[in-house]
Design a protein around this ligand. Structure first.
Ligand code: ZN
Length: 424
């Protein structure tokens, strides 16, 4: 399901805190007309707040009667209220009852102090900021204090938070996929969170991780099926790709210098052979199996060579690269055995996107993030890669363009990294 930033004033697609967009359904007629908020429990969970608080808040703001029935997950507001309007009210709820007033981070716990104040206890900056007691919802909260949410989470929170960073990355990646055009995953509409079995110790982060785990394999397989090798297979296109590959490989040989072997004699280049073989397989069989690729690399004696990764980055992907990366991750992980291999892989990717698929330039941050999530590249290597354009794989202008496109990811990485360090 499509997610949005918890803070809608932040448009950064890599913003870490996401929630589902509110979905409502109008039921009944006349005086009996009412709005059912279909996915309130999921949204509330993303905010670490009880869904009752949220629906009550809507009721107070709208001056409408609400019904909260947690046992069957029904949250209803009397009257007809559009989801978009509710979403606006939710923004207010988030500002008043969720975000830390100090740092505007949504990771806060709601607590009641001994002297009857409601505070937001910020996990990010440690500040405790007061909730406005004049709001009617505050009265409700005082009468119905926050439950056992995050009861035992203190002990395991650090670890699960770091784990969650990764899984949230994946959420974002999936969200990108959804908006990428060729996916119809967004259609499935309202599916109430079946996992919500009321287990209070299941905090929000654990829930998300489990949710991710459930969704990921499916996404991968869809990717394999739907856009596995849906590429231009005309002889002309294949020739063009083979020529592009040969060009880029010769560039590496010419520009080699700081890297290892340049022993290939012209015309007998095992990397060109590998590339040509993959193109042939794609043409005749429609796909190439990981194991076949690996065996071919061994046959050619290049299964340990870094340049092999450059060839693969240029040949095993197409426009569906974002979905294909997880499918190829096992093979790639086996072959990427050093930082030099990572650099060659990034170089091949630079070439693949910058030259062969310029329409993918917008996907560069997502591609890099997916590489990163699949442990194909490390922070160090990609940060260094991003810091300086190079004419090793493409011309300098293209190299700069790819790095410029990578900036959102690199910025995110730098920030995510320093947050982790703070947590340690
Ligand atoms: Zn804070």
């Amino acid at each position: 399901m499509a997610t949005i930033n918890i803070r809608r004033d932040i448009t950064d697609p890599f913003y870490r805190y996401k929630m589902e967009r509110l979905q409502s359904k109008i039921e009944g007629k006349g005086n009996g007309i009412k709005s059912v908020i279909v996915n309130l429990s999921s949204v509330a969970q993303s905010l670490s707040r009880s869904p009752q608080y949220v629906v009550k808040f809507f009721g107070f703001e709208l001056g409408a009667q609400v019904t909260a029935n947690p046992s069957d997950d029904r949250y209803i507001i009397n009257g007809a209220h559009e989801a978009s309007k509710l979403q606006d009210y939710l923004d207010t709820f988030i500002v008043k009852f969720v975000l830390c007033e100090e740092c505007k981070n949504p990771e806060t716990d709601l607590k009641i102090t001994k002297d009857g104040h409601i505070i937001r206890d910020c996990k990010a900056c440690g500040q405790r900021t007061n909730v406005d007691l004049r709001h009617k919802l505050s009265g409700y909260i005082l009468k119905n204090p926050p439950g056992k949410e995050s009861s035992d989470s203190k002990k395991g929170s650090k670890k699960s938070k770091i784990k969650s960073k990764k899984s949230e990355d994946k959420t974002e990646k999936d969200a990108e996929n959804g908006s990428g055009g060729n996916s119809d995953e967004d259609k499935n509409g309202a599916t109430p969170d079946a996992e919500n079995d009321g287990d209070a110790s299941d905090d929000e982060l654990t829930r998300r991780i489990q949710q991710e785990a459930k969704e990921l394999p499916k996404a991968s397989q869809d990717g394999a099926k739907d856009d596995g090798w849906a590429i231009d297979m005309s002889q002309d296109a294949i020739d063009r790709r083979a020529q592009a590959l040969a060009d880029s490989l010769s560039r590496v040989v010419v520009a080699g210098g700081d890297d290892e072997e340049e022993e290939e004699e012209a015309g007998d280049n095992p990397y060109e052979k590998l590339g040509a073989w993959i193109e042939e397989e794609k043409k005749s069989k429609g796909s190439v199996d990981d194991i076949e690729i690996y065996k071919k690399c061994v046959d050619l004696g290049i299964e340990k060579k870094h340049k092999t990764l450059q060839v693969l980055a240029q040949t095993i992907f197409d426009e569906g690269i974002v979905k294909q990366i997880p499918i190829r991750a096992a093979l790639l992980k086996k072959l990427i055995i050093s930082e030099r291999h990572q650099r060659a892989f990034l170089g091949g990717t630079e070439r693949f996107i910058g030259k062969d698929h310029p329409e993918l330039i917008k996907a560069v941050p997502t591609v890099l993030m997916t590489y990163y999530n699949e442990d194909l590249i490390t922070e160090d290597v990609v940060t260094k890669w991003g810091s300086k354009a190079s004419r090793k794989y493409v011309d300098t202008a293209t190299s700069k363009k790819v790095r410029k496109a990578a900036e959102p990811f690199l910025t995110w990485l730098a920030e995510a990294e320093s947050e982790d360090e703070e947590e340690e």
